[in-house]
Design a protein around this ligand. Structure first.
Ligand code: HEM
Length: 260
């Protein structure tokens, strides 16, 4: 009896192992796991395959194989770049939530914001997370820039990444400013009136710049839809591209700068 059960267990084990072999040998499996992956059939522990494991893994790709000791000390970077990125992700997630309840027209925008506060579950919480997150991101990006400056990390070979950083700071401020109009309250209207009037003093093209930003000669629904598209699509899209270049350059410029 015990032998029969043992035989059955053995057969089942064999079947499972055959199935595993078939799955691991299939084209679908091999299209997911690149050559050298430990999950591929016939993986052997060779120096070449070990380096493939590192090169082909997205996680190891994000984090370098070797990190300098000072670079992992929280007291060195104060994690300000990472914090800025975390806030950007938080703002994206909370922003998507807000988009479900907000319509960017002069007739509906303010009512939708009011409904978010009073009748949407977690509406007030998420809106405040978005608003405070935006303020904090401006602060953390600025402090990150100050940290980079203090450590002299703008010097060669990181000058290009400093320039990318300046573009990221500008984009962060643009995200904040374009978001400011969306609640469509008195504060928003007058802030944008002042802002666009100032932009009207741009040399040579002042009037044209103001006209393009307002979608007319004064603030109205056309301005709102313009700023909405800039805020939820255009500026975040450009920011993601520059963030990718920024992170890639941190790696390629030899990781976090440090004492020589
Ligand atoms: C959205 C804004 C930004 C994000 C998310 C961001 C993110 C990061 C991260 C994660 C790092 C590596 C870790 C660290 O230093 O904390 C880094 C490094 C760096 N960032 Fe930024 N950054 C931003 C804006 C800026 C700005 C405004 C500047 C300067 C004008 C800048 C210049 C640099 C430089 C030069 C490095 C290399 C630092 C080193 O090697 O010590 N970044 N950034």
């Amino acid at each position: 009896m015990a032998k029969t059960m043992g035989d059955q267990g053995g057969k089942l084990g064999q079947k499972m192992s055959d199935l595993g072999d078939r799955v691991q040998g299939s084209q679908a499996w091999n299209s997911i796991f690149r050559p050298g992956s430990v999950f591929r059939k016939g993986y052997t522990d060779s120096p070449r395959n070990r380096s493939y494991v590192i090169m082909n893994s997205v996680l190891y790709h994000l984090h370098p194989v070797k990190v300098k000791r000072h670079a992992v000390k929280v007291s060195y970077t104060l994690c300000l770049g990472g914090l800025s990125f975390f806030l950007f992700i938080l703002l994206t997630i909370t922003g998507i939530f807000l988009m479900f309840f907000y319509r960017p027209t002069a007739a509906q925008a303010w009512d939708d914001m009011y409904a978010l506060h009073t009748s949407v579950t977690f509406g007030l919480l998420v809106r405040n997370m978005h608003r405070w997150g935006a303020h904090l991101m401006v602060l953390s990006v600025f402090l990150h820039m100050a940290r980079v400056f203090y450590h002299g990390a703008y010097k060669p070979p990181r000058e290009f990444n400093w320039v990318i950083g300046v573009i990221l700071l500008t984009l962060t401020l643009l995200l904040s400013f374009t978001g400011y109009l969306l609640p469509w309250d008195q504060l928003a209207l007058w802030a944008v009136t002042v802002g666009t009037n100032m932009m009207g003093f741009t040399p040579v093209f002042g009037d044209q710049v103001r006209f393009v930003l307002l979608g007319g000669s004064e603030i109205g629904t056309d301005t709102l839809i313009r700023w909405y598209v800039l805020h939820v699509l255009f500026v975040p899209f450009v920011t993601v591209i520059f963030l990718a270049i920024h992170f890639w350059r941190v790696r390629k410029d030899g990781g976090i700068s440090g004492p020589l």
